[in-house]
Design a protein around this ligand. Structure first.
Ligand code: TXA
Ligand code: MG
Length: 323
């Protein structure tokens, strides 16, 4: 049975107790819901891979209540500290060398000499991490390859019966996953565009190379699979017109003639669109399939701010699926 826990003191302490006992607890962050387990326990972390049916042991992000806790597991240089000062708590994940005496399990780090650390925003999230008192490993709380969950009901749809509990802190305000920045080399490398924009990062890091989106030029991070966030209907990008047999993922004024529409942001605001992205993909997929539509057509999204993260997720939703 999967418990749905309220985001109050009792719910938070129950969630922390389950995590400390090696259980699986999904919890809200500012980006998406994470599927959490004690990052110091190989057996607890192994349950994450089993519950998600994740095909490979990709490294996971460890979550902390504050930077001080994060830097007991990851070696921070001056740049890492400046980034943490500016963006934590918030949707930025840093890849850093593991502390020699760190406690993160080898399975969570996939045996790498580096570790992914993040301090998510949100009072409930911070209270949970503080009450747990250990790093919490958490990928997005969905079955592998499926659309990420931006509320507790999305989590329950995919994972009921496979996890111990979900701590329901309501919908996720940012709506796309954290930006992943690798600081282990000589210059910072963007591994995944996300909730902290590249423009904001550049204010601290200077210019960062980033993908000319829709082309797969990102350096390969373990666990980056092209096909991801995949609805069951095929996805067509940069639609300039739409057919009656298609479901339209609109941005700004809607193209006429679609069989079904979800508007990410009628006013054409990328932040609003990011927060509505995964719910929209889910809606168009299930309702579109029910109505016998053949495809999801996505209108163009601007290449700036959170638009880069949205374009990255759409590109992956549109890429060919493994058989
Ligand atoms: O917003 C988020 O980041 C959400 C919430 C739950 O925090 N989590 C999330 O986790 O998106 P996940 O597992 O779906 O994505 C983690 C990404 C993967 O692309 C993984 O390959 C990369 O981070 N990663 C983790 N550890 C790494 C490492 N040591 N080196 C390079 N990439 C790493
Ligand atoms: Mg994911």
């Amino acid at each position: 049975m999967t418990e749905r826990l309220e985001a109050n003191e009792a719910g938070i302490s129950r969630a922390a107790e389950l995590l400390r006992a090696g259980g699986l607890v999904a919890f809200g962050t500012e980006t998406v819901y994470g599927l959490g387990a004690d990052a110091t326990s190989d057996t607890a972390v192994a349950r994450i891979f089993a519950a998600k049916e994740r095909p490979r042991f990709n490294p996971l992000i460890s979550h902390f209540p504050d930077a001080e806790a994060a830097f007991t597991e990851a070696v921070a240089d001056d740049l890492a500290r400046r980034l943490a000062d500016r963006f934590w708590p918030g949707p930025l994940t840093l890849i850093l060398p593991r502390q020699p005496d760190g406690t993160i399990s080898d399975l969570a780090a996939a045996g790498l000499p580096s570790v992914a650390v993040r301090v998510p925003r949100g009072t409930v999230t911070a209270a949970l991490l503080r009450a747990t008192g250990r790093p919490v490993a958490a990928p997005s709380a969905n079955l592998s390859g499926k659309v990420s969950p931006s509320d507790a009901y999305h989590v329950l749809r995919g994972l009921t019966g496979r996890i111990d509990a979900v701590l329901d802190s309501g919908p996720c305000p940012v709506g796309v996953e954290s930006t992943v920045l690798d600081l282990t080399g000589t210059a910072p490398v963007l591994l995944r565009p996300g909730g902290v924009t590249i423009e904001a990062l550049a204010e601290i890091c200077g210019p960062i190379s980033h993908p000319d989106d829709y082309t797969d030029t990102l350096p390969v991070s373990p666990g980056r699979m092209a096909s991801h966030y995949a609805p069951s209907l095929p996805v067509r990008l940069d639609a300039q017109e739409v057919g009656a047999d298609e479901a339209l993922l609109a941005f700004g004024p809607e193209l006429p003639g679609a069989g079904l529409v979800w508007n990410l942001s009628p006013s054409g605001t990328v932040d609003e669109a990011a927060a509505r992205l995964f719910a929209g993909l889910r809606f168009l997929d299930s309702e579109g399939a029910r109505r016998g539509l053949t495809r999801i057509a996505a209108m163009p999204i601007p290449r700036a701010g959170l638009g880069l993260a949205i374009r990255d997720r759409l590109r992956r939703a549109a890429s060919p699926r493994p058989a």
